[in-house]
Design a protein around this ligand. Structure first.
Ligand SMILES: [Zn+2]
Length: 393
């Protein structure tokens, strides 16, 4: 798509970088709906400006708004509920506009700055870059006078970083109507795309014992912390790297004072699995935990929040198309083995729709204060997006 004729638009890495920076400047932590909605405003107006039909669904439960922008297919087919018989399922493009970083990070702990090929800033890599690249690629195809063979629906998700509790139903609804799903989450391990992701579950385990004076009445107490301590070791021991199973007790809270036998203790557990059978079996095992001390009550809640998905023939074919298109402009696209990180691609991959994830920028430091993208990765990856938009049928 790189063209050298006069006035022919080219895919310009610096132009893409400037567009990404505008999005990064608009900070948007998941839990700040007003901030996320400022990003939604930006996305809405940019897609309006290139002639797409934008549907904005107000956030519920305190989340920001969901943006869906729909193109028409060549026959005017729209990928929405009003589709007529015989119209073609299209391309669903998933991006999220929220980040894990609080307002002020852009001037503080990860100041927006350019250092040679790197652009630092909160949400650069995960995933203001990928969200903007998808938009830029589609706009580029239009300005070349090209069009897609399939209708395209872009979704900009307001709360992916907390597991998409509000938008999951909309994602699955759109995915059920899609032939392909492209996800602009960050590339991995030096530019690899993602074709399989582990599933994840969260659990809360709470122990309720008997409080007592730690000096005068120690024998009457039943320590919730002591109870939970044994479960922490049990749960962590369920980790099995060979089977791709991990258990992380990531948070703990308990006790009221050093001289009180603690009545309550609570832990939060993150579990990752490679297949649904393991997910179901291990969920059942956690929910069935019993107290060591019969005088302590144990309450376990939680379950799977993102299902795992693995590479299937449809996903492989989609990857092969992307790789073939990329090789034409010198990008040797590779994919990772199953990754432990979740994304909205889990929802679409798990219901069997060919899903190509990790199509965003190369860089590093997702969820950290050294998060950055590599400017040199932008143009070649956008070129792959443009070719996929033009060729998928
Ligand atoms: Zn992300």
């Amino acid at each position: 798509m790189n063209t050298s004729g006069d006035n022919e638009p080219v895919i310009d890495g610096e132009e893409i970088a400037r567009g990404i920076l505008e999005w990064v400047e608009t900070e948007s932590p998941s839990t700040d709906a007003a901030a996320v909605n400022r990003m939604a405003d930006r996305v809405e107006s940019q897609f309006n400006a290139i002639g797409l039909e934008v549907e904005r669904t107000p956030g519920e439960d305190g989340w920001g708004d969901l943006i869906r922008a729909r193109s028409a297919g060549p026959d005017g087919a729209r990928q929405d509920g009003s589709r007529q018989d015989g119209e073609t399922p299209g391309i669903l493009v998933l991006s999220h506009i929220d980040t894990v970083h609080p307002i002020g990070t852009k001037e503080g702990d990860n100041r927006i700055r350019r250092e040679d090929d790197r652009i630092y800033g909160p949400g650069t890599y995960d995933m203001k870059a990928g969200g903007y690249m998808a938009y830029y690629a589609y706009r580029h195809l239009l300005r070349l006078g090209g069009k897609t063979k399939l209708p395209v629906t872009f979704m900009y998700i307001p709360e992916e970083e907390v597991g998409s509790p509000y938008t999951r139903k909309f994602i699955e609804e759109e995915a059920a109507k899609a032939k392909y799903v492209l996800v602009g989450e960050p590339a991995r391990d030096g530019g690899k795309v993602v074709v399989a992701r582990k599933g994840s579950a969260n659990f809360t385990v709470k122990a309720i014992g008997q409080p007592a004076h730690a000096g005068a009445m120690h024998q009457d107490g039943r320590s919730a912390i002591k109870e939970i301590a044994r479960h922490i070791l049990d749960i962590e021991a369920m980790t099995d790297y060979e089977r791709g199973l991990t258990f992380n007790v990531g948070m703990i809270e308990g006790g009221t004072g050093i001289n009180v036998v603690p009545r309550e203790c609570r832990i939060e557990v993150d579990m990752r699995v490679t297949n649904l059978a393991d997910g179901d079996a291990l969920t059942a095992r956690l929910l069935a935990l019993r107290p060591y001390d019969p005088d302590v009550a144990l309450e376990v809640s939680g379950g799977m929040n993102r299902p795992p998905y693995d590479l299937n023939p449809g996903g492989q074919a989609l990857f092969d198309l992307a790789r073939e298109a990329s090789l034409e402009h010198g990008l040797d696209l590779q994919h990772t083995t199953m990754t432990g990180g979740g994304s909205d691609g889990n929802f679409t991959g798990a219901i069997g729709i060919p899903t190509l994830d990790g199509m965003g920028a190369d860089g590093a430091g997702a969820h950290t204060l050294h998060e950055h993208i590599l400017v040199s990765s932008l143009a070649p990856r956008v070129e792959t997006w443009v070719k996929l938009f033009a060729r998928l049928e």
